[in-house]
Ligand binder design. Structure first.
Ligand SMILES: C[S@@+](CC[C@H](N)C(=O)[O-])C[C@H]1O[C@@H](n2cnc3c(N)ncnc32)[C@H](O)[C@@H]1O
Length: 255
């Protein structure tokens, strides 16, 4: 099935505001969603889109509490890979001696620097995974793993974590199994409701921000599970509403 089967308008509504705002339908290959949109007709899709635009919510920041309630005991160094606009860096700063963010995008680093101005324990650079500091107590990735070559990325993260350190990852994957599609439909249906609860007042125009770089996820959750099992035995993977899954792993104290 190709994108042209769906009107541009109908293709918009299940996406988060930044995905929509920047015109990248990162989940566009997810056939079931588009079939549902076609079946419901353009009017229903347009109405849903209008509702989402009126009550937008950030599908990534929504997972910050998930991260903040799973912090490791030792809190010397936290690293957020692909820190984007730096909101998670600022949220982690009160809990760690040092918080380090990396992003390969210059505009995102500039926004992060501005966001974290005045937070003396936050640093930001453009290091790639191989340049990450050793001995991190926490490594986070929110909507970033699918930008990377997953197998070597997981191996590098495992090496960079201190014993007892945690990898907390929020990710996206294209649906393929029946369970994936069921979660996808549940995410579609609850998306406007969650928007309404999280953002009950209608959105107002704000100053334009640099676009957040996005990528289309291609590795299915089943395959991701296999890769995580290899690199991080015992990693816990869970599906969530909001078209996201999480990966949680604690590095062993020995071996
Ligand atoms: C979808 S955005 C997510 C940003 C942020 N984590 C959030 O939750 O809003 C993905 C980010 O990963 C960054 N990124 C992609 N590949 C990267 C890499 N190899 N190293 C560091 N950052 C990377 C992009 O520049 C972008 O800011």
């Amino acid at each position: 099935m190709t994108v042209s089967l769906v009107s541009p308008r109908a293709a918009q509504w299940p996406y988060s505001s930044f995905e929509r705002d920047h015109g990248v339908w990162i989940l566009e290959s997810m056939g079931f969603r588009r079939i549902a949109q076609e079946c419901w007709g353009g009017r229903a899709s347009a109405a849903m889109h209008a509702l989402n635009a009126r009550h937008p919510w950030d599908h990534n920041a929504a997972f910050h509490p998930w991260i903040l309630t799973r912090l490791p005991q030792s809190r010397r160094l936290a690293v957020d890979v692909g820190c984007g606009r730096g909101d998670l860096l600022a949220a982690l700063a009160p809990f760690f001696e040092h918080v380090h963010g990396t992003d390969q995008d210059r505009a995102m680093r500039a926004v992060s620097h501005a966001r974290c101005a005045g937070l003396a324990n936050v640093s930001i650079d453009d290091a790639d995974l191989d340049g990450l500091p050793d001995g991190a107590d926490l490594i986070t990735m929110v909507a970033v793993l699918h930008h990377l070559d997953i197998e070597p990325a997981l191996a590098t993260i495992r090496e960079r974590l201190a014993p007892g350190g945690r990898f907390l990852c929020v990710g996206l994957a294209p649906p393929s199994s029946v369970a994936d599609h069921a979660w996808d439909v549940a995410s579609m249906l609850t998306n406007p409701l969650i928007g309404f609860v999280r953002h009950p007042w209608p959105a107002v125009e704000s100053a334009p921000q640099p676009p957040i770089p996005v990528a289309q996820p291609t590795v299915e959750l089943a395959e991701l599970g296999r890769l995580c099992d290899q690199a991080m035995p015992g990693a816990r993977i869970r599906r969530h509403l909001g078209f996201r899954h999480t990966v949680e792993w604690t590095a062993p104290h020995s071996g």
